[in-house]
Write a protein that binds this ligand. Structure first.
Ligand SMILES: [Ca+2]
Length: 222
């Protein structure tokens, strides 16, 4: 009787121990799948290609009229009184103009977004006080310092404006703000884009800029 009881207890311990090992293995596997590190390549814009543009990123303009802006990349050394990058030496400056031109950068993800999976996106942004450029209305060189907003989109190569992940408030401070956004995409999007946009409601288009740096995109562990 005693032997049977001992055998029963031992078997029960093994059974529970086995279950525990299995649960630990599943949990470790899930953790491994969700901890893939930063899903964004060249997330701090430090690697530049032969055209001095950050590799892995595409620059484009949304324009209603002829574009008047180029050269969105700035480094710390460009102007001695420029704000420092929040990470490394480089950041991107995206502009909105009174010519109805918006600047944006896009990256094709190595791994598509997964529908209904939670993601955490971190981005730092500020306004650069040294940005000047042509004005469509006055034909003069003017400051690009009215507060613009940053819009972040998930989408596809030919259709980037599919899912608005986030829109910031108007950005008018040259001190970096770091924001963390958690969201779940509703489709398996392939591209992530960052766009400078006018603060709304918009009465008349204007000139402004947003600098961004140090992006991090991660899956949220269940
Ligand atoms: Ca950087």
């Amino acid at each position: 009787m005693l032997t049977e009881t001992i055998l029963h207890i031992t078997s029960s311990i093994y059974k529970h121990f086995g279950l525990l090992i299995l649960l630990l293995a599943i949990s470790s596997c899930q953790k491994e799948n969700c901890e893939e590190g930063n899903l964004i390549k060249n997330a701090s814009f430090e690697n530049l290609n032969a055209q001095d543009f950050p590799s892995d990123w595409e620059y484009s303009l949304f324009q209603m009229q002829d574009p008047i802006i180029v050269d969105p990349v700035y480094t710390n050394s460009k102007f001695t009184n420029d704000p420092n990058a929040i990470d490394g030496d480089n950041y991107i400056i995206l502009k909105v103009t009174d010519n109805e031109t918006l600047e944006l950068i896009t990256q094709e993800l190595d791994e598509n977004f997964e529908e209904m999976v939670s993601y955490k996106l971190k981005v730092s942004y500020a306004q650069n006080p040294n940005v000047f450029g042509p004005s469509a209305s006055s034909q003069m060189n003017v400051p690009y310092l009215l507060p613009a907003v940053l819009r972040i989109w998930a989408g596809y190569k030919d259709s980037i404006y599919k899912f608005l992940i986030h829109e910031t408030n108007g950005i008018e401070d040259s001190n970096w703000i770091t924001e963390e956004i958690e969201y779940s995409p509703d489709e398996n999007y392939t591209h992530l884009s960052f766009e400078a946009f006018y603060k709304t409601p918009l009465i008349i288009t204007y000139n402004g800029n947003v600098m961004i740096d140090d992006i991090e995109l991660q899956k949220v562990c269940p």
